[in-house]
Design a protein around this ligand. Structure first.
Ligand SMILES: Nc1ncnc2c1ncn2[C@@H]1O[C@H](COP(=O)(O)OP(=O)(O)OP(=O)(O)O)[C@@H](O)[C@H]1O
Length: 253
């Protein structure tokens, strides 16, 4: 049976500003499963990023519980949460946030060294991962400004993977890329998932969503659709495309 990796119970997030409260996430009960590539879709402002940040322990919920691989996140203080995130989560953002004054290799190593891994092992692993995403040795000493957007995001993915996270969270990872670069980044994410890595990704884009095997649809802070799409492959993509199109039409997307 597939193992649950994250389970939320009555998860709520409310933001207050200027005396006005905005209930962004409303009593969400969600289970995410190991090995899945879960996609979160929904209209702008529906709470997708807020949900991603709450489930990953980046932000604290207002109410409710998050069980992450057997650990209750509400029991952790901020320092413990930071350590927990470092050991269990990888993050890929639209803005890639590579450090401009460090080489490609050092950007990856910096994340690994934060969890006290042995440097020689890390270097070996970083190089292997960089090769796997098509960043070859002639690029390892380059600085981020010398990379294309797609190359930089593939380095961002390696940085997210360097500590063997239980799950990788991605927030619109291709949102700032042209279509060729997007495809190369999505191929990498697909490959990472096909090698067993759990992923959860927020996207607005249908083509991007097709890389996932499960689609959660958020409307006004409530999950109103949950589609099992089956795993991505180029052969079955037409059928999956139609299924997703139908689902999104039902959701009023
Ligand atoms: N830190 C914050 N303080 C106050 N309000 C916030 C904060 N973060 C998010 N919000 C509000 O919560 C709502 C949901 O935001 P969120 O970014 O989660 O939506 P989203 O579905 O990811 O939107 P988009 O697709 O446009 O990125 C928005 O109305 C946003 O303004």
């Amino acid at each position: 049976m597939t193992k649950i990796i994250i389970k939320t119970e009555k998860l709520c997030k409310t933001f207050s500003s200027g005396g006005i409260q905005q209930h962004v996430l409303k009593n969400l009960d969600i289970s995410l499963f190991e090995g899945d590539f879960t996609i979160i879709m929904g209209s702008s402002g529906s709470g997708k990023s807020t949900l991603l940040y709450a489930m990953s322990g980046m932000d604290k919920p207002t109410l409710g519980e998050i069980d992450f691989a057997g650990k209750s996140l509400s029991q952790l203080n901020n320092d413990q949460l930071a350590v927990f995130r470092r050991n269990n989560c990888g993050f890929v953002f639209q803005q890639i946030y590579l450090l401009d004054n460090m080489s490609v290799l050092d950007n990856v190593l910096a994340s690994g060294l934060l969890v006290n891994k042995k440097k020689s092992e890390l270097v070996q692993k970083a190089k292997e991962l960089l090769m796997q995403v098509g960043i070859n040795d002639n690029a390892w000493s380059k600085f981020p400004t010398q990379l294309s957007g797609g190359e930089a995001q593939r380095v961002g993915i390696v940085r997210a993977l360097i500590n063997n996270p239980r799950i990788v969270f991605a927030d619109e990872p291709t949102g700032a890329l042209n279509s060729a670069s997007s495809e190369s980044v999505l191929d990498v994410l697909t490959n990472v998932n096909q090698n067993g890595q759990s992923l959860v990704m927020v996207t607005h884009d249908m083509k991007t969503a097709l890389r996932g095997n499960r689609i959660l649809y958020l409307r006004d802070g409530v999950i109103c659709g949950d589609l099992q799409l089956g795993g991505y492959s180029e052969q079955n993509n037409l059928e999956r495309h139609e299924k997703l199109q139908h689902f999104l039409a039902e959701m009023g997307w």
